[in-house]
Design a protein around this ligand. Structure first.
Ligand SMILES: [Ca+2]
Ligand SMILES: [Ca+2]
Length: 473
């Protein structure tokens, strides 16, 4: 159920963004305001946006109807008589769609959805009394202000005298009038908003197309002039307290991680990954969704192209989510292990052998030229084992021996000659043999095979003598 509510709120907020691009300037980029739900009713809300108004719909032309619905709620005017007229049983059933249906039921819409008679509102909601339709005088006086444009040039602008407008609107509120006023949109459109209150020079509104309640943030040119004055069951707020501001956010959390440890060459598997989203929406409601599979999650994205199973290392799986009001992300580290096989340590390098695959307790250090045969890898650590010895060696510092080429007997280093360098290698091997566990060797397997002069499966003094003899002749 939580999930469902959350989804609906998101779709409402998504509609608000559509409104921003089509009707008004911009969604607030910093923070949102804690507001009663009815104060944020939008004409674009899918719950009622398709409701017809003569030949049009609330979505296209329902700003005034939506503003009226907000006024009815804010003025406490929805009584039993109104609900009966509107065909609803309880106040919770009321919304802009219900009001539009009410107007339709009394033939209240003219062609194009305009409201035919100012007085019709009283027929539907008797507690609302029609006052008048006039123009604000204060909007005619503008203040000339010099501002810098994007290129740094001075431009003169005519801006509303906010103090004057605030004083006139405040005076109307104090006379008990509820105000629905016209603004011009950025595209020159004709739009109505409900005035909630005045705080200093700021005017707070309910905009049927935008969640931002600050009039001048959405409409820098302010009120156009025309307004409807109405009375309701209560009186408007004359000592207006602006709504509390907060930061909306969205969190995404990995509830069940995907497979994170991969053998070399193993394909990426995200099938078990469960994520969960939560957040605080533009209305200040905290929401939480049920955990879902990452691969089936809506409004969540991640990329897999980064992952290369044929290249050992750590990869960050970044998971993103967006809502119209916030962005969230998280990440999971995926590790592709080193391939198994033979590794040797290049000259001048050192690497550690640990007791466990977690890299705990170093037990010995390998030196250059030493070779191990790794049978299993966890990340950069490879398992080595022989009689009386087991360990995990950091093979990321070693060179993987891909060479499988056969060597001639005696040519241990494989350079084509049987000489003192081969003898030297065998000598080092024989010296170290007794100090190292069997699984660590100074020669690779191919080298050992080439060094086994008498082909008896072991390397010892006899091979050394045989090699020495081979060099002398
Ligand atoms: Ca050689
Ligand atoms: Ca031998």
């Amino acid at each position: 159920m939580q999930g469902k509510i959350a989804k609906r709120l998101i779709s409402t907020a998504a509609a608000a963004v559509v409104a921003v691009s089509t009707l008004t300037a911009a969604l607030p980029t910093q923070g949102a305001y804690k507001q009663e739900e009815y104060l944020t009713w939008s004409q674009l809300d899918e719950r009622w946006s398709a409701t017809p108004m003569d030949s049009t719909t609330i979505r296209s032309s329902g700003c005034l109807i939506t503003a009226l619905a907000i006024m009815i709620m804010d003025s406490g005017s929805l009584d039993d008589a109104a609900m009966k007229n509107l065909g609803i049983e309880k106040p919770e059933d009321f919304d802009p769609g219900v009001l539009a249906k009410g107007y339709t039921s009394i033939g209240g819409f003219g062609s194009g959805g305009y409201i035919k008679s100012w007085l019709d509102i009283q027929k539907l909601v008797p507690k609302v009394k029609w006052g008048y339709d006039q123009n604000l005088k204060s909007v005619e006086s503008k203040i000339e202000k010099t501002e810098l444009d994007a290129d740094g040039n001075e431009v003169k602008k005519l801006l509303p005298d906010k103090a004057k407008v605030a004083a006139e609107v405040q005076a109307l509120l104090e006379q008990g009038w509820y105000i629905i006023a016209r603004v011009n949109t950025a595209y020159g459109g004709w739009h109505w908003v409900y005035i909630r209150g005045v705080d200093g020079e700021d005017i707070y509104m309910s905009d049927p197309a935008n969640l931002n309640p600050l009039l001048y943030e959405v409409y820098p040119d302010g009120l156009q002039g025309e307004y409807w004055a109405l009375k309701g069951a209560n009186s408007p707020e004359t000592e207006y307290v602006p709504p509390e501001q907060f930061e909306p956010y969205v969190n995404i959390e990995v509830v069940t991680p995907p497979k994170t440890m991969y053998a070399y060459g193993e394909e990426l598997d995200l099938s078990t990954c469960m994520i969960k989203r939560s957040g605080k929406d533009m209305l200040g409601n905290e929401w939480e969704e049920d955990p879902v599979l990452l691969t089936e999650a809506e409004n969540v994205s991640y990329s897999t192209y980064f992952f290369d199973p044929n290249y050992a290392g750590d990869y960050e799986l970044d998971i993103y989510t967006t809502t119209p009001y916030a962005y969230g992300n998280t990440s999971v580290t995926l590790t592709v292990s080193q391939p198994v096989g033979e590794y040797y340590l290049g000259s001048g390098s050192k690497t550690q052998v640990y007791t466990s695959e977690l890299g705990e307790k170093p037990m010995m250090t390998l030196s250059s030229g030493e070779t191990v045969n790794v049978t299993e890898c966890r990340g950069k650590l490879g398992h080595i084992e022989s009689k009386d010895f087991t360990g995990w060696v950091d093979v990321s510092r070693m060179i993987r021996n891909n060479s499988t080429s056969e060597r001639n007997k005696g040519d241990i280093d494989g350079d084509g000659y049987i000489d003192k360098y081969d003898l030297s290698k065998l000598s080092v091997y024989l010296k170290r043999k007794n100090e190292l566990p069997e699984c660590i060797s100074a020669l690779t397997e191919a080298e050992r095979k080439a060094a086994d002069m008498n082909a008896d499966g072991t390397l010892d003094e006899a091979d050394f003598i045989a090699l020495l003899t081979a060099i002398q002749y």
